[in-house]
Write a protein that binds this ligand. Sequence first.
Ligand SMILES: Cc1cc2nc3c(=O)[nH]c(=O)nc-3n(C[C@H](O)[C@H](O)[C@H](O)COP(=O)(O)O)c2cc1C
Length: 245
Amino acid sequence: MNDVIRTMMAHRSIRKFQDRPVMEETVGDTVAAAQCASTSNFVQAYTIIRVTDQEKRRVLAELAGNQTWVEECPLFLVFCADLNRLDRACTKLGKEMVRGYTEQFIVATVDAALIAQNTMLAAESMGLGGVYIGGIRNDPQTVCDLLHIPDGVYPVFGMCLGYPDHDPEVKPRLPLGVVLKEDGYTGDGDEALIGIYDDVTSDYYKRRTSNKKDDSWSQQVSELVSRVSRPHMRAFLRGKGFAMK
Ligand SMILES: Cc1cc2nc3c(=O)[nH]c(=O)nc-3n(C[C@H](O)[C@H](O)[C@H](O)COP(=O)(O)O)c2cc1C
């Protein structure tokens, strides 16, 4: 154990924030540290948009499914996968970027996710807490219109950050043996471990201090993946220049 590991293992999403601003220096330090994340071929294919305008926040909160914390948190960031800057680098040097390949989409999306998780961790290391907001993909075109997001760029998710005003329990993760395999993929032994994990998560949901429910990991995810989720994404991404060739 060290402080980094302790911080990582204490992660839990924060959705209630103290009425205390996050200092500019803290914002700058957090993002500067996050930028040190590895990045595919050094492309740094992301842009983070900080949203301070309250009306924009209100719209984002609503389209994310009335997630009030989007409006209320002291700091709200939108993490975008960004190929537009690479296009401009080509223009600068008289080259033409080949566009629309699935690989480029993966590179930019992974880059955005890496800097986002580094942002979360850096913020948590300074006493802040936060939550990702995939809900902005409920209506990604409106997000683009609102934040003037151009072609070649798309909002992957948002993130609320601030000083926590509640202290939720850490959510237990899948047993190590289920996610860490050796020398090849196998599902052997998973069933028994997941059975135990379902009991652990069921117990967690029953005992936690708020939003108690009768649920388990398998119940939760099977319900999730037996529904269609955001079927508009393919057409939206194509429209933004992510043609998935
Ligand atoms: C990409 C992504 C999108 C998410 N979107 C939302 C969201 O829109 N609203 C929300 O309340 N939580 C959201 N979450 C938080 C997850 O629900 C949460 O991380 C998960 O349940 C595990 O809980 P924990 O973070 O407290 O450990 C999102 C997490 C990720 C990684």
